[in-house]
Design a protein around this ligand. Structure first.
Ligand SMILES: NC(=O)c1ccc[n+]([C@@H]2O[C@H](COP(=O)([O-])OP(=O)(O)OC[C@H]3O[C@@H](n4cnc5c(N)ncnc54)[C@H](OP(=O)(O)O)[C@@H]3O)[C@@H](O)[C@H]2O)c1
Length: 376
């Protein structure tokens, strides 16, 4: 089911705290970083915070710059992003600034919370999601009913921890502030629990006055038919590799990446790599991996085009190479058209051999782009 792009945003002290335990909100950033946050807010459809942050900080969550608001309106967007909060119990102060500033507001809650909120005077659309709040349902509802394509999550730690642990975050924007809190009772950004095993990918780092902004993307692939944001990132890379292929009138341009279960990239390849006019992307990538590498069994192959089922140039098609390598998951953007092979069905070959094939058609246009001269 489609979900918005989810961007987690937070500032932490050098010892990893989001705040201290005093009555006032601890200011971790300076004016330049608050302005950067304002710019990010202006770029999203909705901003979400947990009820704990509403109670602790009483934030407004606005786009403060009149120029940015005017640009949103000129682009046909609402002046302010939708404001979203989550609460299980529904104990929310109707006088909080959140409700009385900006544009539309929505509260996702439980049946119990909705009961309490009814008649409480909270000026928002109240959406009960059942006995418990399910984050996937919430994100699908935001996407389908509210049209949210980019969601910025501004804390607190309880909310950030769940979204990262449930593999629903596309990006973490973390600001490290040069001060210490040192109070074990203060709230931390990420709590204990199970996170992806390997390392996240650093996509940007820069100083903003005396704080440092770091942007990370999760890297661990989904499992089976379940897709996670990292699947989107890897498939995008496969599509970018396809665009680097030497052009051809007789073969597709395809990119492929092989990724271990913990998010480690094992190899990448593209069509006609290294001057070999016949080599396919998956073949080029798999040839770089030791066939006895135990990580292959849990790996995912990302290929911009469905792996081939038949080919004249080599004895084994890519679907067979993938099965023989022991890979049990493939993610692709585009089913092979009849251009060179009629009714090629790499997906069928892989499925018959016990490998799950996940199609993410939202990347099809990007996969097709370097092949426009070959397909209608
Ligand atoms: N430095 C920063 O960038 C930054 C940013 C934001 C916040 N903060 C700080 O973080 C602290 C607040 O963090 P926090 O972890 O206590 O609170 P939080 O994450 O903002 O909110 C937690 C609350 O959200 C609701 N909630 C979360 N997950 C839910 C689920 N799965 N189902 C139903 N309801 C759910 C619950 O509300 P109910 O209790 O109403 O049921 C829960 O108590 C504050 O000190 C604030 O200043 C810092």
């Amino acid at each position: 089911m489609p979900r918005p792009y989810v961007l987690l945003s937070a500032a932490v002290s050098l010892d990893g705290y989001l705040d201290d335990t005093g009555p006032e909100r601890l200011l971790l950033s300076g004016p330049a970083d608050f302005d950067r946050v304002d710019e990010v807010r202006a770029s999203v459809d909705a901003i979400l915070v947990g009820a704990g942050t509403l109670r602790a900080d009483n934030p407004r969550l606005l786009v403060n710059s009149p120029e940015r608001r005017a640009a949103r309106v000129a682009a046909g967007e609402p002046e302010y992003p939708l404001k979203v909060t989550v609460s299980a119990g529904g104990e929310l102060d109707p006088a909080a600034r959140f409700w009385h500033t900006g544009g539309d507001k929505v509260v996702y809650t439980t049946d119990r919370g909705a009961e309490r909120l009814r008649g409480s005077g909270v000026a928002a659309d109240v959406v009960p999601l059942g006995a418990e709040l399910d984050w996937r349902l919430l994100l699908e509802h935001l996407h389908d009913v509210r049209g949210v394509r980019r969601l910025m999550v501004e804390g607190g730690g309880t909310v950030h921890t769940q979204l990262l642990q449930q593999e629903l975050a596309d990006e973490v924007q973390l600001v490290l502030a040069p001060l210490f809190v040192g109070d074990p009772d203060a709230p931390r950004l990420f709590g204990p629990g199970t996170y992806q095993g390997g390392r996240l990918r650093l996509v940007e780092s820069r100083a903003v006055e005396d704080v440092v902004l770091m942007r990370y993307e999760p890297t661990a692939p989904g499992t089976g038919g379940r897709t996670v944001p990292a699947d989107r990132h890897w498939l995008r890379l496969a599509c970018d590799l396809a665009a680097q292929c030497p052009p051809s009138r007789t073969a597709f341009s395809v990119g492929a990446v092989v990724v271990a279960a913990d998010g480690t990239e094992l190899a990448r390849g593209h069509s006609r790599e290294g001057g070999d006019p016949a080599v396919h992307a998956e073949e080029a990538a798999l040839a770089k991996i030791d066939p006895t590498d135990p990580r292959l069994a849990g790996a995912t192959v990302y290929s911009s085009l469905e792996p081939c089922a038949r080919r004249a140039s080599r004895p084994r098609p890519c679907a067979r190479l993938i099965l023989d390598a022991g890979v049990r998951r493939v993610v692709t953007a585009w089913r092979e058209p009849d251009t060179f092979v009629v009714e090629a069905d790499g997906t069928g070959v892989l499925a018959a051999g016990g490998t799950e094939v996940v199609l993410m058609p939202e990347w099809a246009e990007r996969a097709k782009a370097p092949n426009r001269h070959l397909t209608p």
